[in-house]
Design a binder for this molecule. Sequence first.
Ligand code: FAD
Length: 392
Amino acid sequence: AKPRVVVVGGGAGGATAARYIAKDSKGAVDVTLIEPTRTYYTCFFSNLYLGGFKEIEDIGHSYGNMAANGVNVVHDWAVGVDRDTKTVTLAGGASLKYDKLILSPGIDFVDMAVPGWDISAQNAMPHAYKAGSQTELLKAKLMAMPQGGTFAMVAPPNPYRCPPGPYERVSMVAHFLKNNNPSAKIIVADPKPKFSKMALFQEGWANHYDGMVDWIGEEFGGGNVSVEPDAMMLTIDGEETKVDVCNVIPAMKAGKIADMAGVTDGNWAPVNAVDMSTKADPDVYVLGDAAQQGDMPKSGFSANSQAKVCANAVRGALTGSKVFPAKFSNTCWSLIDTNDGVKVGATYEATDEKIAKVDGFISATGESAELRKATYEESEGWYSGITADMFG
Ligand code: FAD
């Protein structure tokens, strides 16, 4: 019988891994991808949808090409993993045997991380940190804000999915409000003293959105936050503010199935950098946000990069094909305003201990408009590239 690989989660990590193993093994490995949704909305560029730069259709992708690429796509939830019998069970009742199991389930939220907020409050106070209906809801609320109203964000503590994501979102919300609701205000309550590309964002907010963004960092009580979703009340360091929109982005942990598989330690799954296999089980791999990824940030670019390392190693282990040394890379682009793109990135290698940073780069403050426009265009090229790499 052919060796069997089961991949749980059809996002940046899982879709890439499934496609590469199927494609490169040319039918020698059976690859099954478990993913409940039929349309995957990328979180990447979802902020640009909020800002009006993209339509929701632009960020939705189907799994239609995966089958043609040799991947057996099953639209269901994985609800259990038995590592002794090497079996994954699905919500629909089926069970699947594997020789190698790859988990890339993304994130879930830490319960009660923001007092007053739990998942039942996500309609009143959306997180929009899993893209799709939540992103559409946040946009609808943004569009319905009264003139001169207040948009609040509760930013997450480290480590979390997409370090610049909340701040790109603030920029895109500000862009929308500047054109549609110029007397509105944005409050950001942040449990961190600083954040990714901080100097670049703060320069951009000052240049484009003068006075609109009030960022309240950890030293100003930004971490001492609670919410009352029914009353649309936000309390920062004892001070109550009635807000019109409240985007709560709670603390994060690995998607629950990683926990159920018993491969997490605390909130994330420790992995061996050389092939992304877990420390708990050499036949179970964890990719992307759910993994403890050493020096890499939790990004779609990172997950895609890790998936290729993992796919190469898994195929090698199952078919004897050549395994190349693990090399990783990441770039996180952010759009601050029209044609004002910035980026931060790095390359990485596998050490015994972790995925270790080799070299990095970051946009500078004060760059020319031409360079910022070129950086934005680069991000559009990357978006087309990664989605083609994931879905074929
Ligand atoms: P995901 O892509 O989330 O995929 C996980 C999949 O697993 C989901 O489709 C889910 O349905 C499925 N799943 C979960 N549990 C189960 C289960 N039990 N059974 C079956 N399936 C399951 N990254 C960038 O590189 N560039 C950016 O510009 C960028 N911008 C971002 C902006 C925002 C606002 C946000 C929130 C994120 C952004 N990211 C960006 C981060 C990026 O989206 C994530 O890091 C990336 O999607 C992680 O990939 P993943 O495979 O770990 O998880």
